[in-house]
Design a protein around this ligand. Structure first.
Ligand SMILES: Nc1ncnc2c1ncn2[C@@H]1O[C@H](COP(=O)(O)OP(=O)(O)OP(=O)(O)O)[C@@H](O)[C@H]1O
Length: 666
């Protein structure tokens, strides 16, 4: 019994060997975000029905905002169809009475004509109303999907970077993407549910008028089917939730096999057949879950149909008893049979629609949950205006810890960046350099300590204004799949520019020759995924990125900061020297330049150098001061300088295996 009527639970995961090997264990969605929200995934029928009005209301509100005239027309035509159904039944009743009444066959045929004509007229009106409703609903649905998608995208782009780094929130972003299409489908479900409800009310009214016992009978027939459909939907949803990570991982493997970046290793290392085999393994375990679901659905539907069949037999039995005992006339019974049939069809359709509404509403609920959580984690809007002149940006005892980490990535870091200065930050991998850059840019807010622009605390400032003053060039800067001109202009997209306006930025970055080589110059499309588009090399892209950064800096005169994180990783030695030189030239009286790099040659001319070690600032000073101090910086600098020393240190040769002894055949 518990199997059918207990709470729907995810099936015990069967871990495929491929999952264990590639990902270290089963990839299952742990419903963590619902715990995070202090709400367990509540999938009882009662809670479904309780939440339904709110979710239907939300979908209808979207429809109302999208096109209220269309919504009004849909509602009107659906109500019209319900009324037509009732009138049709009354016409059928009149026909029955005429057919089973007194008089000769000809008289009875004459008597039933008005009823027949009325039924035909009702059918014509009904189909006209149905067409009208379909046309308007078809117009409404894409609008609702667009509104929901826009809400989703706007919320996703407005959250703090910390939320994007949070795996729980990322999962919620993934799941919520299905909500927009579900909101669209909810509109058609709502229309169908309204249609079934109105025709059911009409049928129920007619049945009650005919005989009070007929209505409960109708409900008894439909109830098991409703239960079955809802349970199947819940099982499907729980399964989809618990397998979402698995689906994502399979998709990831599929993408890796076809991605251009992985293509070389896929071939040379024979990763292709290896991953393909693991892909098959994961697909097999997903297929086993699909099979389990299909079997469970078949059993549930069979039980529901059996119960519904028993109820139908009982209903007809009761009707025969009512006729035999003289409590119901034959004409009434005839109409009742038709009414019960059409009523149970309406009820069945209503149950199916409510069930589908329920299923879609689960996804819409994720969408609205995402919007709520995204709103809580959104970058605050408003705040104090940022003065044009701030003289310096200062960090005071800044500590930052990533949500899932114990050790802080930055530990009580204090530093000052005066306008017009060039500051370098060096340190080993994982020492906290990139985190410091994110704090300086306002992308992350410190948990302890303060970041000030002049006298104003970043926390109190209008963040959009802070971002407006930051130029960012990171090693993984975005390679936008748009034209070369737009790849530069997108550094400050709201600033309109003709291609000639971008020339100084291209020349500054040394990207002029790259553009000159492109078939359509600045109008060339830089995206391999489109036909006729061009792909640049890593170093060429880096120059385009530098041009973009220059364009962004050049379009602002207020005090600002330029953050450059490993800008030369793909450049050849000559280009690297040039790039560092260019970055230094970006220093201006109203700009503070911060440079993060492992290339020590690039930092020696900085006004001030900071050394980070495990999140702490351990050394600071000019190049000469730090060399003299003979600390970590001096060690790192000397190690790199030695690489370029005239007499390279001896490189040990790999030991060669001993040659097999050759015996003279003679
Ligand atoms: N999104 C994140 N979530 C959790 N931990 C992170 C995240 N980003 C960085 N870390 C951790 O914070 C610490 C500092 O990382 P950060 O990227 O700032 O170092 P880095 O000095 O820039 O390293 P590299 O020179 O390798 O780029 C590391 O231990 C890293 O594992």
């Amino acid at each position: 019994m518990k199997r059918f009527f207990g709470k729907v639970r995810p099936a015990e995961p069967r871990v495929s060997e491929a999952e264990r090997e590639l990902f270290g264990g089963p990839l299952r969605y742990d419903m963590g975000w619902s715990r995070h929200e202090n709400a367990t995934l509540d999938l009882t029928m009662r809670s479904a029905l309780r939440q339904m009005p709110g979710l239907v209301g939300a979908a209808l509100r979207m429809a109302w905002n999208a096109d209220r005239r269309a919504l009004f027309v849909v509602a009107l035509s659906e109500i019209g169809q319900g009324v037509a159904a009732a009138v049709g039944l009354l016409a059928v009743n009149a026909v029955m009475h005429a057919l089973l009444g007194d008089g000769t066959a000809t008289e009875r045929l004459h008597a039933l004509l008005p009823g027949l004509l009325a039924a035909a007229a009702v059918a014509v009106v009904n189909s006209a109303l149905a067409g009208w409703s379909t046309a308007q609903a078809g117009r409404l649905e894409p609008l609702v999907e667009r509104i929901a998608t826009t809400q989703y995208l706007a919320a996703a782009t407005a959250v703090e970077l910390e939320a994007i780094d949070d795996p729980e929130f990322r999962r919620l972003i993934d799941i919520a993407q299905y909500g927009a299409a579900s909101a669209r489908r909810m509109i058609s479900c709502c229309v169908s549910a309204l249609n079934s409800t109105i025709s059911l009310i009409a049928t129920a009214g007619v049945l009650t008028v005919l005989h009070p016992a007929l209505l409960p009978m109708l409900l008894v027939i439909a109830a098991p089917r409703g239960w079955g459909a809802m349970r199947v939907a819940q099982e499907r949803y729980v399964s989809m939730m618990s397998w979402i990570e698995h689906v994502r991982a399979s998709r990831l493997i599929g993408n890796l096999l076809t991605e251009r970046t992985a293509a070389q290793e896929v071939r040379i290392h024979a990763v292709g057949p290896f991953l393909l085999d693991r892909y098959r393994g994961m697909a097999r375990s997903a297929e086993a879950e699909q099979e389990r679901l299909a079997t469970s659905k078949a059993v549930t539907e069979w039980v529901a149909s059996a119960l519904s069949g028993l109820a139908t037999a009982a209903t007809y039995g009761a009707m025969i008893w009512l006729i035999m005992s003289g409590r119901m006339g034959l004409a009434v019974a005839g109409t009742a049979v038709i009414a019960v049939r059409s009523g149970s069809a309406s009820l069945g359709a209503l149950v199916m629609n409510v069930n589908q509404l329920h299923e879609e509403s689960l996804y819409v609920r994720d969408h609205s949950r995402f919007l709520t959580e995204a709103a809580q984690r959104a970058i605050p809007t408003g705040g104090a205006p940022l003065p044009e002149r701030v003289a310096e940006i200062a960090l005071d005892a800044v500590t930052y810890r990533y949500p899932d980490r114990d050790a802080p990535a930055l530990d009580k870091v204090s530093l000052t960046l005066p306008m017009g200065s060039v500051t370098a930050v060096v340190g080993e991998n994982g020492s906290g350099k990139s985190t410091l850059m994110k704090i300086l840019s306002g992308l992350l807010l410190p948990q302890e300590g303060t970041v000030r622009w002049g006298d104003a605390h970043v926390r109190d400032l209008d963040r959009a204004e802070v971002y407006g003053r930051v130029s960012l060039l990171t090693q993984d800067f975005q390679r936008w799949p748009v034209t070369a001109a737009m790849n530069v202009r997108i550094g400050r997209p709201e600033h309109r520019a003709e291609p000639e306006d971008l020339r100084p930025s291209l020349d500054y970055a040394g990207a002029g020759p790259i553009v000159a080589k492109l078939p359509d110059g600045l109008q060339s499309l830089l995206a391999r995924m489109f036909r006729g588009a061009i792909e640049l090399s890593g170093g060429e892209w880096q120059k385009m990125g530098l041009a973009r950064t220059h364009w962004r800096s050049a379009t602002s005169t207020a005090d600002s900061i330029l953050v450059v994180d490993e800008p030369t990783s793909a450049l050849d030695p000559e280009a690297e020297i040039e790039a560092f030189d260019r970055i230094r030239r970006l220093a201006a009286p109203h700009r503070a330049v911060v440079l993060v790099t492992h290339r020590m040659s690039g930092v020696r001319h900085a006004d001030r150098i900071f050394v980070l070690d495990q999140g702490r600032l351990t050394e600071q000073g000019t190049h000469a001061e730090l060399l003299a101090a003979r600390g970590r910086y001096a060690a790192m600098f000397t190690a790199q300088a030695d690489q370029y020393a005239p007499v390279p240190p001896a490189v040990p040769h790999p030991a060669s295996p001993p040659a097999p002894a050759v015996t003279d055949p003679a």
